[in-house]
Design a protein around this ligand. Sequence first.
Ligand code: CTP
Length: 420
Amino acid sequence: MKTYRFVIPPKTQSLLKRIGRLADERGEAAYAVGGFVRDLFLKRPGVDIDITVEGDGVTFAEELARRTGSEVEAFSRFGTSIVVIPGFGKVDVVTARTESYESPGALPSVKKGGILQDLYRRDFTVNAMALSLSPGYFLRLLDPFGGLEDLRKGRIRALHEKSFVDDPTRIFRAVRFEQRFRKRIEEKTQRWLLASVKGRFIDRVSGERLRNELRLIFLEPYPERAVRRLDELGVLPHIHPALGVSASSKKALPRIADCIRFFQKNKMPLEEERMAWFQALLSARGEGDVEGLCKRLMLSRTEQKIVAQSAKAYPALLKELAKEESTVSRMYRLLCPLRPEVQCFLMASAPPPLRAKMARYFTKVQGSVPWLRGRDLQALGIPPGFRYSFILLEALNGQLDGKFKNRREALEWVKKSFVS
Ligand code: CTP
């Protein structure tokens, strides 16, 4: 059995002491909680600290900010404040509270409570541990639900049967933590999770929150594992019927990370990197499906554009690209109008020979500036007009396909063909 001990970096430790003393002075009690405590035991200390105060979190955060010369951002509806401490990081401060859910999937209403109630409102046992910061009990562990034992045994366990009904976004969190920490969703918890999925509780979650959960999954170091698991648990079609991992997307999934790296290495930045992953979730690609999906997830304009382009291009465009006679200029015509995120997904989906061909294409075309511009045609005395776009396109095709070795040869060709 693994044993867990934790080491806190000295700078963090002295800040925690300071927080504990401040709470004590105010007649309150402060605790380090949630992901911060979990990650200490997992020896993955993060920079951000989660603090729960039995008292008034908002004025506590203000005082902490004043004493550390920091800025504070407050979200008072939930009694949450973020103190941004220069040279350190973020400290999230909340008032210890209980939560009740008026309806499944809605945001909870909150009431002040004690630390135990605060831990009970949380998602999983591993996230429901606290370290006391009070001077007399500094770093004493409160673990009322056996979070440490679950970390040791490799289990993601919900605290109660209604957890996924109250907050169905926990379905995504369970999968995310399971894959990130290489743990396993505990059996009973999985039954509760599946009951929430089958009970269609995801329907009640706003598009914005769902989109955010997917985004967080795509930001994990190995999103493909979490995506496969969501598929295995049958979660995706419950977000929208157009979502699901098709047999061909299953093959593409393990290659997406490599293709993203290829694009980065070749200086073809993906503005919306996670959208390279998102395309692997499209099981239905009809116009109506795509429109419905974009609405459901409240996708941004750019995201919508990527999804629409991908729905049209995949898999038909792969067949076109694979054709023998696909010259560089033809590939350029097919790929150039697409967003890099779509090009990246297509590359990940392509069978090995086409993928290699696309890699050669991208390496060649990337950074190749057209040798001829409109001003070159003007200098040759060709009157400006619609012919320009035709000549320039042909010149670019010739450049890409190796018909011209250099700019001089391209100019020669224009002179011969268009200047009488
Ligand atoms: N939490 C919860 N239910 C949610 C979201 C959050 O119970 N739907 C609780 C958990 O106790 C969690 C804490 O709020 O630990 C902080 O949430 P968040 O910052 O989203 O999660 P972390 O556990 O810190 O995860 P990450 O490492 O991904 O930031």
